[in-house]
Write a protein that binds this ligand. Structure first.
Ligand code: ATP
Ligand code: MG
Length: 468
């Protein structure tokens, strides 16, 4: 065989395989575009599990001649037999048409125009199907990294579906016949407990890097596994999150940590290198762990708030965030002090520095950072246990949160356990007892418990530590 014949032979074989793959590709595309319809008898979603208001919206849209589906998290959660957090409706009516149908309705959003239909405290979100909009138009814009900036092209259900993030989030419950419409294999992934991005993971994460945070949130909440392609893309792309506005990341942080699975979420975010993008200084402080103390406080705070949520109690964002950033504040205080600043200024400056850096990643509203400052600032006041100050501290509006925070520090070795116990007793004591408890020790001089440098690492030695 000549070299020419050999090359020709190779070319023929290559073309054969190329054509083979091409037709296989076309076949799968054609298959995927045709939805699988799960009839009412083939799934477990019943109308009795759906909020009455969501049903009202669905039926009203249908009566007005439009298509109406439940979609997203509510369908996913209903299939697991869980109560959905909220109900999202999608329709072929455009926002203006939706507004005409519902009087109790407001149009919101710039990036995605949506209708909110209000029923007392319940809000049903009604979106119009998004279109695919192949070419860049005014209504659909991407930046040079492939990130979607605006996406207001309306379309049909079979276009809308490809814009959703995960296959299990792209199941549509049709009010017309109570079937579930599945274009992406979401039902099978749901059964197998897999979170799979629709389309190429890297492209989809670049388009909107917040999807990486959503992947972690859903994996933990649902107990699902991320499919390997998704895992690989997150490992590669954690840094894409740097381009996301800090206000949006703050909203996401609340969802990540205040949904009852904060501790596991924290661990998974760290594992994927996402936590350090959200809380850079906290991440650095965790790597200089000292007998496990820093990590413990944060983890204990997350565990406590998960438990509270599990018991139906409320949790506050500022408390948890104060715990996240306590260690960075401590470290900066120590550094400022080492530069010759006095205790008070070292601490105040540290608080300012930590907060101003953190808001670049996750923009807290002002009332949140104020509350954090208060909780941190009150910590030193617990060291004073004589005179009128302890009673005054009890009536401080932020006392309860600051006390809980101090207990957390004590529990994790960052504050004196004996002092924590004193404050617990002091709150329960009657006026006479309180007076006795706050009397200076006989012999004058500074009370043993009267003054303690709390910002130094020395307090970590816990109970029995000598005062300075
Ligand atoms: P939950 O409400 O339980 O947090 P969810 O999946 O309903 O989860 P939402 O933020 O309410 O989340 O979004 C509703 C649906 O909109 C999602 O299920 C998904 O189909 C789509 N969606 C939301 N955010 C994105 C995104 N960033 N990229 C693509 N699709 C998204
Ligand atoms: Mg939702």
């Amino acid at each position: 065989m000549t070299l020419f014949e050999f090359n020709l032979g190779i070319k023929v074989i290559l073309n054969f395989f190329k054509n083979l793959f091409k037709s296989a590709e076309n076949e799968t595309e054609a298959e995927v575009l045709e939805p699988r319809i799960y009839a009412r008898s083939e799934h477990c979603i019943s109308r009795s599990q759906i909020s009455e208001n969501a049903l009202k919206v669905l039926y009203r849209l249908q009566k007005s001649g439009f298509e109406a589906y439940l979609v997203g998290g509510c369908v996913r959660d209903l299939l697991l037999g869980r109560e959905p957090k909220d109900f999202d409706v999608v329709t072929d009516a455009d926002p203006e048409q939706i507004k005409k149908i519902f009087r109790n309705c407001r149009l919101i959003g710039r990036r995605f125009r949506l209708a909110h239909v209000y029923f007392g405290r319940e809000v049903i979100e009604v979106a119009t199907f998004r279109g695919s909009g192949e070419e860049q138009s005014d209504e659909q814009m991407q930046d040079k990294e492939g990130r979607l900036l605006r996406d207001n092209v309306y379309g049909t259900i079979d276009e809308d579906v490809w814009r959703r993030d995960f296959t299990v989030n792209a199941l549509y419950y049709n009010i017309k016949d109570f079937s579930v419409v599945d274009y992406t294999g979401g039902m099978n992934d749901h059964k197998a407990g897999i979170l799979r991005l629709i389309g190429d993971p890297e492209t989809r994460f670049r388009e909107d890097p917040v999807r990486m945070l959503r992947a972690v949130r859903f994996a933990v909440k649902l107990g699902f596994n991320l499919d390997p392609g998704c895992q690989k893309a997150i490992h590669k792309g954690a840094e894409w999150l740097y381009g996301i506005p800090a206000a949006r990341l703050y909203d996401e942080v609340l969802k990540l940590f205040l949904s009852g699975y904060g501790l596991q979420t924290f661990e998974m975010l760290r594992q994927y290198g996402l936590f350090r993008v959200l809380f850079p200084e906290t991440e650095s402080s965790l790597s200089v762990e000292e007998n496990g103390f820093p990590k413990l406080l944060l983890m204990k705070a997350l565990e406590n708030s998960d438990n509270r949520i599990g018991e139906g109690k409320t949790v506050t964002a500022y408390f948890l965030l104060a715990a996240f950033l306590w260690e960075p504040v401590q470290m900066r205080t120590a550094a400022n002090r080492a530069q010759g600043q006095d205790d008070y200024m070292a601490f105040q400056n540290a608080v300012g520095e930590v907060l101003s850096r953190q808001v670049k990643s996750t923009a807290f509203p002002r009332h949140i950072s104020l509350a954090m400052r208060e909780v941190w600032g009150l910590q030193s006041k617990f060291n004073v246990r004589t005179g009128a100050k302890p009673a005054r501290l009890l009536s401080h509006p932020r006392f309860r949160a600051a006390y809980d925070f101090m207990l957390l520090r004590a529990e994790t070795g960052g504050a004196d356990a004996e002092m924590a116990d004193w404050w617990t007793r002091f709150q329960m004591a009657d006026e006479n007892e309180q007076k006795k408890m706050t009397q200076p020790p006989r012999g004058g001089g500074r009370s043993k418990t009267g003054r303690k440098r709390m910002y130094s690492k020395k307090t970590r030695s816990g109970p029995g530590k000598k005062e300075e």
